[in-house]
Design a protein. Sequence first.
Length: 254
Amino acid sequence: MASRSLRTEAIVLRSIRFGEADRILHLYTPEHGRLGAIAKGARKTRSRFGARLEPFFHLSMNLHLSRGDLHTVTSADTIAAHGPLRERADSLDAAARACDAVSRLFETDDPSPAVFHLLANNLTLLDGDPRHAATAAQLAFRLKLLVAGGFTPQLASCASCGESDHLAGFSGAAGGVVCTACEASAFPLSQEAHGFLVAALGRPLADAPAASQRSLRQAERAISETAEHHAHVHLRALARPDHRPSGQTIRVPG
């Protein structure tokens, strides 16, 4: 890549201490996918960057593009700091897992504005209302990420034979729900879990459907197996904020 400058919006996926005063950033951008950058002197007391290079910040950035993997941050202005979500353990954990999922599923600099805007929307929702950290909302986000990546699971009919009735299981290898005649390599998927997946695909992220914990566990397995078999990515298990003991500390990499 020729040496030049780039101005772009970016969300900080991860911020890592480097050397005595620098930070290495994992960024996600709308037009340039995932980028790596170094912010020199960012950890100095009087750094011009302040705290805005921490995870979850939505920024307007100038980067000096290098021929290698790490570009150089020359300026960064805050679009959204997402301060409120950092004050709630459940929201903080959900934000960290959302950024981690994006980082794992979308590792390259291929542009994906849909992924960027989905992540930005998710962080805004987490910032505004702690209910969006619930397991159902996190699963709806992951399912929409799979769609954005071209890995939409087959939910309308059997992924193996096309049968639209007697759908009783889910097969990550087959790519979706399967009927009773094709369920040998599948795990059981309840009607409620199937309904959750269908509704989560069809509704806005802010309106994630509800389901029982048993059905949500099945839905998470369906999403995880789809990612493993078709995107070759292992997603971190959700922490299930619905049941986390109060006061538990969440650590964000950086």
